[in-house]
Design a protein around this ligand. Structure first.
Ligand SMILES: Nc1nc2c(c(=O)[nH]1)N[C@H]1C(S)=C(S)[C@@H](COP(=O)(O)O)O[C@H]1N2
Ligand SMILES: [Mo]
Length: 219
């Protein structure tokens, strides 16, 4: 369950913190999405690696809840049936992970963040969003990045229920940023008037994470 305790360190989280200190994988090149599909320093993979803090929360659908709250006019606290009654969209997009793998043409189905914003009505001074996950993970986005046209809360991948190892029952997908911004096992979405850096953002990773600008690490 999500709580306020810091998730445990593992070999992988320690390695990734070291990469941030060393500036690992930075190429110094830049590329434009229009001219090249693969961002600088990335390589293509056909399979779909699993990356997380090392714990896969088990969330039966009858216990699953999504809390959406903070600087919004219409907070919602959905159970599974209510969440599934929201508007449904399907988007195909590419994944770019900061550990340098990319995966093309993933078919995602769920509630777009645009529809979510229309439902919850962020207040005029709400410029930031923090995602809270069932494993204790957090990550932050500007409201603008969160509400990107192709971002969505996903329950279905390639027409099958999203597997637990990839963040099921529900994860966020924000395709235009490195994949650490796409929180798995989503439990809460908090709208804020001030930015609040999340798990990786306070451990050497970039606050925004644009793969085309190679925003891997914080300065
Ligand atoms: N809740 C949660 N979400 C998370 C993470 C995590 O540890 N916990 N890891 C992030 C990172 S670093 C990556 S690269 C992607 C990996 O998603 P995947 O395992 O489906 O490939 O999930 C992101 N979302
Ligand atoms: Mo990652």
């Amino acid at each position: 369950m999500a709580d306020d305790s810091t998730p445990p360190e593992t070999k992988l989280t320690r390695t990734k913190e070291r990469w941030a200190r060393e500036g690992r994988f930075l190429t110094g090149r830049t590329a434009r999405p229009e001219s090249e599909r693969l961002p600088p320093g990335q390589h293509l993979t056909q399979d779909w690696p699993v990356l997380d803090l090392g714990v896969t929360p088990d969330i039966p659908l009858q216990r699953w809840r999504l809390d959406i709250y903070g600087a919004i006019d219409n907070p919602v606290f959905w159970d599974w049936a209510e969440f599934m009654r929201q508007p449904q969209s399907t988007v195909i997009s590419d994944i770019h992970c900061v550990t340098t793998w990319s995966r093309y043409d993933n078919e995602w189905t769920g509630l777009t963040t645009r529809d979510l914003v229309a439902i919850t009505q962020p207040q005029a001074d709400a410029g930031f969003v923090v995602l809270h996950s069932y494993d204790g993970y957090t990550t932050n986005l500007t409201l603008e990045d969160f509400a990107a046209e192709d971002a969505l809360l996903v329950h279905t991948w390639a027409r099958k229920p999203l597997e637990a190892e990839h963040g099921g029952p529900v994860r966020l997908v924000v395709p235009h940023l490195y994949f650490w911004k796409s929180a798995k096992w989503l439990q809460g979405i908090e709208f804020l008037t001030k930015d609040a850096p999340g798990y990786w953002e306070v451990r050497g990773y970039h606050n925004r994470g644009d793969p085309w600008a190679e925003q891997r690490y914080s300065e």
